[in-house]
Design a protein around this ligand. Structure first.
Ligand code: MLT
Ligand code: MN
Ligand code: ZN
Length: 310
């Protein structure tokens, strides 16, 4: 299985258009080793020919222009992107669907909660009915059902598992302060030929026993790397929300609550990568002490254009 990181940043990317924080400014003026990052999305393929898009970022136009493997190959109009799976209905994960409107109907795999948000509060799917249209494949993660195995047509060598995880629905959603099973999922993809397993969870608010279970079985983990500390936005003067308010587990522990580094330390995954990095996060500096600490623990930071073979 091949994995392409299209966008490794959180909402806004890095540098963010209106932000002059230490990291965004340094990314612009080159005073520190900080790579530009677009918003959150990856693509997965069994053969390098046909791809499934996981999340559709508002930066998708730029992302596809930089990725020959995802560009038209045959005939006048064509795309190697055969299906799209969304982890949630956040703006940075869903609005790229609008930029796929010139193509064939979108084969879209989302939970009922995400479908509801994308046809009401942010009615992208309803709008797309007037363009390419959307074929909704329901991921039955809702109510009592927390896990759903599924296959995607044309991708029979891959086994997909959608798993409900702790997180937050988008700010516009009626579920924002009333969480429901299916607002946020992690996606586990197993290559039936090699048995290798990828787990993708760019938004993850906590690691409890059930999260630990899928993390433990992964050959490659791509998990929430949004914030270094819980109060990062507050101390940087960028906002009033804590990581926890936004549904993200920070890398460092706070008030005795373990952080993502602690969770990852306890797993034996072959590769451990952070993804969906906010532009306030000091781990963006390739030469910084926070990065050295991650390296010491065997944790990598995903970047745009990164390729992973499993
Ligand atoms: C989040 O995950 O909380 C987002 O990156 C926020 C956003 O899209 O603005
Ligand atoms: Mn986000
Ligand atoms: Zn910034």
């Amino acid at each position: 299985m091949k994995v392409l990181v299209l966008g490794s940043g959180a909402g806004g990317g890095c540098p963010q258009w209106n932000c002059n924080c230490a990291m965004c400014a340094a990314a612009r003026n080159g005073s520190r080793l900080i790579r530009a990052r677009t918003q959150s999305s990856i693509a997965v393929s069994p053969d390098g020919q046909r791809w499934v898009l996981l999340n559709a970022s508002p930066d998708i136009g730029q992302q596809l222009r930089l990725q020959p493997a995802l560009q038209p190959q045959h005939g006048l109009r064509d795309t190697p992107i055969k299906a799209v799976v969304l982890m949630d209905a956040q703006v940075d994960h869903a609005t790229g669907l609008l930029s796929l409107r010139e193509g064939p109907p979108i084969e879209l795999y989302v939970t009922p909660c995400v479908f509801e948000d994308l046809t009401t509060g942010l009615p992208i799917l309803s709008v797309l009915e007037h363009y390419c249209g959307v074929r909704w494949h329901m991921l039955p993660v809702a109510g009592e059902q927390r896990v759903a195995e599924f296959v995607i047509d044309g991708f029979e060598t891959l086994r997909f598992r959608a798993i409900a995880i702790p997180g937050k629905a988008p700010p516009y959603s009626p579920h924002r302060h009333d969480p429901k099973v299916g607002d946020n999922i992690a996606l586990e993809i197993t290559d039936r030929r090699s048995g290798k397993r990828l787990c993708y969870a760019p938004g993850l608010a906590a690691v409890g026993p059930s999260e630990f279970e899928w993390m433990q079985g992964a050959d490659c983990l791509l998990v929430d790397g949004t914030f270094w500390t819980d109060d990062e936005m507050i101390t940087a003067g960028l906002g009033s929300k804590r990581a926890a308010d936004m549904g993200h587990l920070p890398q460092c522990s706070s008030d005795g609550r373990p952080g993502m580094m602690d969770a990852l330390d306890g797993t034996r995954a072959g590769r451990k990568l952070l993804i969906h990095i906010n532009n306030s996060n000091p781990i963006l500096d390739d030469d910084g002490p926070e990065r050295a600490e991650l390296a010491h623990r065997g944790i990598e930071v995903a970047h745009d254009g990164m390729e992973i073979s499993l």
